[in-house]
Design a protein around this ligand. Structure first.
Ligand code: FE
Length: 147
């Protein structure tokens, strides 16, 4: 009886480990990008990848505008872009990224179209991650040179 119970325990443990292997990917692997989307996600690339509009080159310390849009994408209570986060990978910084901002978007009222003014002293890459309540996290990126 004791052996049987212990065997069952081992079976449950092995199953749990198998589940964890399949479901414990590093968080970065859960973020879709055009280059890595596969299967059904390929049809969602166009409507979910955030587009970053910003100059390719900026002057150190001088503010410039960055616009981030997602879509065309539905904007209903059932299905919408709920959040946009923005990060900076800054050249020669020991640890990256720098968190810049996050905007929560209430469905129906808020469009996934945001603008912010940035001021950089070093070049780098702007990363943005948007969250769609049905289709998960999607990233966009843009390199910016500083002169
Ligand atoms: Fe969606």
């Amino acid at each position: 009886m004791h052996l049987a119970a212990s065997g069952l325990h081992m079976m449950v443990e092995v199953r749990t480990l198998g589940w964890m292997k399949k479901n414990m990917d590093p968080f970065g692997k859960l973020i879709y990008a055009p280059e890595t989307a596969s299967g059904e996600a390929i049809s969602k690339v166009e409507s979910h990848t955030p587009k970053i509009t910003a100059p390719d080159t900026v002057t150190a310390g001088k503010p410039f505008e960055v616009r981030i849009t997602v879509g065309p994408h539905p904007n209903t209570v059932e299905h919408s872009i709920r959040r946009i986060e923005i990060y900076l990978y800054e050249e020669s910084r020991p640890f990256n990224p720098v968190f810049l901002t996050a905007v929560n978007l209430v469905p129906v009222y808020c469009e996934p179209d945001i603008k912010l003014n940035l001021k950089l002293n070093k070049g780098g890459t702007i990363y943005t991650v948007e969250y769609c309540n049905l289709h998960g996290l999607w990233e966009g990126r843009k390199a910016i040179r500083v002169t």
